[in-house]
Design a binder for this molecule. Structure first.
Ligand SMILES: [Zn+2]
Length: 241
């Protein structure tokens, strides 16, 4: 796999642009409730839907466990083959790109708080169980924005969405899995791109479009350090001089 094939994990806008532009205030109507498209009606589409249902996983092929260095991680409980669907997950929160790009972090926080208040107690617990990498590094308490921006992924219409189980997959520059957005189903699929043996960690790439073409270890490592608070020590980074 070449690095340009890597998925884009949704990341914060450039912090410099946040400081330079405070005037871009959003109104309530700028915060549409994200709506998932109705299931397609046509015969062909419903056939496709049936085919997708057949793929649904009966028994999970992974478990979430603590790792030595990276908090929790996702591990295979049996051999997983390239192309296998590992996990299909609905989002907890979907932040439209317009909100995501808003420079006023207080407004973004207010938006997120409203969304979290609408979740069930169980879903809220799932949210607050996720990590805030920057706060952890600084020895501070996690914040809702920190949790969201540590764990969000690119989703439908360039939105940023939170998938509490998929969020447990750690980063590798040579990932074993890739996530695929399914706008027709309103879900995110995690699919194996390589053979994963039982007990092996299931990883994805957190690298963004701007860094994904880089085969330079330092570029990748400074990205993961800046945005996620760790210097990547994956097989590729350890092997590269
Ligand atoms: Zn790496």
């Amino acid at each position: 796999m070449v690095l340009t094939d890597f998925p884009v994990v949704k990341t914060l806008p450039d912090p410099k642009s946040i400081l330079s532009n405070k005037a871009n205030l959003l109104k309530d109507e700028d915060f549409p409730v994200f709506e998932i498209a109705d299931p397609p009606e046509s015969k062909e589409a419903s056939k496709a839907q049936e085919a997708i249902k057949d793929e649904t996983i009966d028994e999970p092929c992974f478990e979430i466990k603590k790792t030595k260095l990276k908090g929790q991680g996702m591990f295979a409980t049996r051999t997983i083959l390239p192309g296998d669907l590992i996990l299909r997950e609905k989002p907890l929160v979907v932040m439209p790109d317009k909100v995501f790009q808003n420079d006023d972090m207080d407004e973004v926080e207010e938006w997120l708080e409203k969304r979290l208040n609408r979740l069930s107690a169980e879903d809220r617990e799932k949210f607050f169980n996720l990590s805030d990498s920057k706060a952890e590094l600084a020895g501070e308490d996690p914040t809702i924005l920190g949790i969201f921006f540590t764990n969000d992924m690119n989703f439908i219409d360039d939105s940023a969405a939170l998938f509490p189980t998929m969020a447990r997959a750690n980063h590798s520059c040579v990932p074993k899995a890739d996530f695929i957005t399914r706008p027709d189903l309103g879900v995110q699929d995690l699919v194996a791109v390589d053979k994963i043996e039982a007990g092996e960690e299931i990883t994805i790439s957190y690298l963004p479009a701007s860094a994904e073409g880089s085969d330079v270890k330092n570029v990748r490592q400074s990205y993961t350090l800046e945005w996620y608070g760790f210097k990547c020590q994956c097989g590729a980074c350890l092997a590269q001089v």
